[in-house]
Design a protein around this ligand. Sequence first.
Ligand SMILES: [Zn+2]
Length: 160
Amino acid sequence: MRVDRVTVLPERVDVLITVGGAETLRTSADERVSERAMEMLPGLGRHRCDNNQRRTFADEIGDTEVPHLFEHVVLELMALAGSPRSLRGETVWDFRRDGDGVFRVSLEYDDDLVCLGAIKAAGRVVRYVLDGGKPPDIGAEREDLLALRRVPATSGEPEV
Ligand SMILES: [Zn+2]
């Protein structure tokens, strides 16, 4: 999974992501993917999913597109750094229009730098949940994001 382009708009940040043909497209490829993600960011279990009103992200995480997992990881990291949990994200794709494996992830934000930092950190988290190895230090990631914040925090949950 590669972040190809990040565009900051007044209401949201758009991220263009490519998943290469040989790379993992769905979280169902390996059950450790959702286990690692939930262990690292338990708050993901409480996310609602706008793509399907009746399911929570906890229901989806075991079998969904990796860029959709990325979307929720960004929102969770932002929440840990004080962004409101009411911020929404969306992941869409049209392989015929954009090319195979190209996804468009849109994220609402309160603080643009926190959102951009969370996008970078989420790339590290997703790489770990896909491949294993040394897990990112979420406490340190949160501290780094808090240091970027200029808009006062509204949630600031200490939970990690
Ligand atoms: Zn979702």
